[in-house]
Design a protein around this ligand. Structure first.
Ligand SMILES: *[C@@H]1O[C@H](CO)[C@@H](O)[C@H](O)[C@H]1NC(C)=O
Ligand SMILES: *[C@@H]1O[C@H](CO)[C@@H](O)[C@H](O)[C@H]1NC(C)=O
Ligand SMILES: *[C@@H]1O[C@H](CO)[C@@H](O)[C@H](O)[C@H]1NC(C)=O
Ligand SMILES: *[C@@H]1O[C@H](CO)[C@@H](O)[C@H](O)[C@H]1NC(C)=O
Length: 670
């Protein structure tokens, strides 16, 4: 008996020792980052004939294997790390480019998945494979009058693939409107549950089925994208709101987002190394990832801008644009205890590498200029505001020629943006050859900067603009101001979200992304309206973030009039005062300004403006507008004055405005 015990304990000792020997290297090795078990073999392309005459193209680099329908060019499979397909089981909704268009007559148009009709191998070397799926337009074709080419690049030793599109229209082709172009991936819902958009926006997500109103899983809310999850599969989501617009992101920050399978320790990411091919400038907000699981990237859209976006092409107008490349990155970390952290950190590191490698030197199309074929523009932006002269940290960018601020609505050309350093110096690298205007704006100052001369960038050129001077609108010294000129309503009073519809994963600093905040106005001001007294009120507490309608019944809403009350110890009767009114957003609104008499014809009116829907979509800004309104001194009084701001449109909850900043200026003394 005793010897049996001894043998048993000896065996246990040996086993423990073996276990320790096995564990030691794991404990002390570098944590396995991505790409455990890398393969550096040359990528292959295979064309496979399938049943029913369909064809498939398969590209494989030993790390991932990507399948495409051919010649349509839809991504039908991504095999990675023993997962046969990370994409959705639904064949029609896996990985695709699509666009929304409208032809000359109402019957033409709709959503087009731009399926190719021709497959070509562009290049195949030890290092990489580039393939193309294209469709050319001929008169009489029912689909969008556009030549479209979708390219995919798979490189050796790379855990992912690149894709870009080349879109072209000839001048003699019919008129059309094209409001949306995007690239969409739908992932396998059995695997991907955890979504990451930013450090402070990531979470376990509800499922598509949780949003199903017909089956009683969810309740409809103010508009179709937002639902309340009344009977979700997982009770942790109970009563939360799901709305893809809670996960939107400004283009300048929209570099990487995606999904994680915590069970398989696999991540799927869309990496956008550049903003040059997007539209609407660096602070336009776009969708990222959302319930599906869906991950997408948008090249053209009206999100947070609406119908003001320039998406119409007239007869005689030609257009060609390369959209992308973007990188579809997959990663894994089999040893991590916390896959969301390690995979997200790795995705961010990979994003830095992609940004550094931009413009990619391995893109075959001559429509994508290499680094050497691009130019650089440098300079120094100074602000001359009579009061202040300082560079600050401003935004400067090259965009297609137009008026000041026109980059906000431009979808047709490329844009190249950067920020100045503290002394106003800027350097814009990797600019495609072409003719641009130099635009900009400076946080802390109102208005839009436009450099007076066009900027012609040639291949390999370095253009030094030396000093460029922005003179922000100002007609006289400040009497008072409300808010800060930063093109958002962020600094105003953003109310607490409703406990019963809260999305608990939105970080406190992003409270404006919560659902239903606009309804708080009616609760805070049940039968009177906002009155802001200069000198006594505080804009971060007393200025509601959005000028919305008031709910008066189940389906009835009325316009609201806000008041700014201020004292003038002295009035220059002959002088002209200026009301600088900067808006951060407008949706089907009409802002009327009256001074000291609420019952007169409005002294100033914007007319109906805006379709950016930033209130409904929880953006804290949409399109920026500035009105410099001159106010004759005779309208003012010595003593107490009141400016009435009436938003006169009220059909439902979403007509309204957000203010960026308001300032009253004295007549200038010169
Ligand atoms: C493959 O890529 C990894 C990570 O990017 C790199 O460390 C390694 O040197 C590459 N191997 C080859 C053979 O290029
Ligand atoms: C700003 O950039 C200029 C030009 O590159 C440089 O000379 C200057 O030192 C920079 N200033 C700061 C504060 O970084
Ligand atoms: C919210 O986000 C900010 C900025 O990213 C961060 O500093 C802060 O710690 C976050 N707070 C919470 C509660 O996550
Ligand atoms: C206004 O309110 C904010 C937030 O409550 C506070 O931090 C700030 O100090 C106040 N400003 C003034 C001038 O009282």
């Amino acid at each position: 008996m005793a010897s049996q015990k001894k043998i048993a304990s000896l065996i246990i000792c040996v086993l423990l020792l073996l276990l320790l020997l096995f564990l030691l290297p794991i404990a002390f090795s570098e944590p396995t980052r991505n790409l455990d078990g890398i393969s550096a073999r040359a990528p292959t392309v295979q064309q496979i004939k399938k049943r029913h005459g369909t064809r498939e193209v398969v590209v494989d680099n030993g790390i991932i294997r990507v399948s495409f329908s051919s010649p349509e060019g839809l991504v039908t499979g991504i095999k990675y790390k023993g997962i046969d397909n990370v994409l959705s089981p639904h064949l029609r909704a896996r990985g695709y480019w699509d666009l929304m268009w409208q032809g000359e007559n109402i019957r033409q148009g709709g959503l087009d998945r731009i399926e190719g009709t021709t497959f070509r191998i562009i290049s195949q070397t030890q290092e990489q494979v580039e393939i193309s799926f294209s469709r050319t337009w001929k008169r009489g074709d029912p689909h969008i009058p556009l030549n479209v080419e979708k390219r995919y690049i798979i490189r050796a030793n790379t855990s992912g693939f690149y894709t870009y599109g080349i879109f072209e229209r000839l001048p003699e082709w019919p008129e059309l409107d094209m409001g949306l172009i995007r690239l969409v991936f739908k992932l396998n819902p059995e695997r991907f549950h955890y979504m990451v958009v930013a450090d402070n926006r990531q979470r376990e997500m509800p499922t598509e089925a949780d949003r199903d109103i017909d089956r009683g899983h969810a309740k409809a809310l103010g508009y179709k994208e937002a639902v309340q999850l009344t009977h979700p599969h997982n009770s942790m989501f109970k009563n939360q709101v799901d709305d893809k617009y809670q996960y939107t992101c400004e283009i300048k920050d929209n570099k990487v987002h995606g999904w994680i399978s915590t069970k398989s320790h696999v991540g799927f990411w869309i990496i956008s190394p550049s903003g040059e091919y997007r539209s609407g400038g660096p602070i336009k907000q776009e969708l990222t990832s959302h319930v599906g699981p869906t991950a997408l990237t948008t090249f053209i859209s009206g999100h947070y801008v609406g119908a003001d976006m320039k998406t119409h092409y007239v007869t005689g107008e030609s257009w060609k644009k390369v959209l992308g490349p973007v990188f579809i990155y997959v990663n894994s970390d089999s040893t991590s205890n916390s896959p969301p952290d390690s995979l997200w950190e790795d995705a961010k590191r990979q994003t830095e590498k992609e940004v550094k490698a931009w413009p990619y030197d391995f893109v075959a199309s001559s429509d994508f200029p290499t680094r050497r074929e691009r130019g650089t523009v440098t300079g120094r932006l100074l602000v001359n505001d009579r009061v202040l002269t300082s560079g600050g940290s401003a935004y400067v960018g090259l965009a297609p020629p137009g008026e000041a601020g026109s980059w906000q609505t431009n979808t047709k050309g490329y844009q190249f943006w950067t920020k100045t350093n503290e002394t106003g110096h800027f350097r814009i690298d990797n600019v495609r050859p072409g003719t641009y205007n130099l635009y900009g704006w400076v946080p802390g100052f109102i208005g839009d900067f436009l450099y007076q001369n066009r900027v012609d960038v040639a291949a390999g050129s370095e253009i030094s603009l030396d000093r460029v001077v922005y003179e922000p609108p100002r007609n006289g010294p400040t009497l008072w101001e409300i808010g800060v000129p930063d093109r958002t309503a962020r600094e105003y009073f953003v109310p607490e979200p409703y406990k019963n519809t809260m999305n608990p994963y939105l970080n406190q600093s992003d409270n404006f992304r919560q659902y239903g905040l606009w309804q708080r106005y009616t609760e805070l001001y049940p039968n009177h309206n906002l009155v802001y007294t200069i000198g006594a009120s505080n804009y971060s507490q007393d200025w509601f973030y959005a000028h919305v309608t008031r709910k008066t019944g189940d389906l009835t809403y009325v316009p609201t009039t806000w008041q700014i009350v201020f004292q003038l110890p002295y009035v220059n009767w002959r002088g002209s005062y200026t009301l600088q009114l900067a808006l951060a957003s407008a949706a089907r609104a009409n802002l009327q300004v009256r001074i000291n008499n609420q019952n007169t014809w409005p002294f100033f009116s914007t007319g109906t403006i805006g379709k950016d829907n930033a209130i409904a979509r929880h953006g804290i800004h949409g399109l920026y507008r500035l009105y410099s309104i001159s106010v004759p001194g005779r309208l003012l009084r010595t003593g107490t004055n009141t400016i009435y701001l009436r938003q006169a449109k009220a059909i439902g909850p979403f007509e309204g405005l957000m203010y960026d900043y308001i300032r009253l200026e004295e007549p200038s003394s010169d």
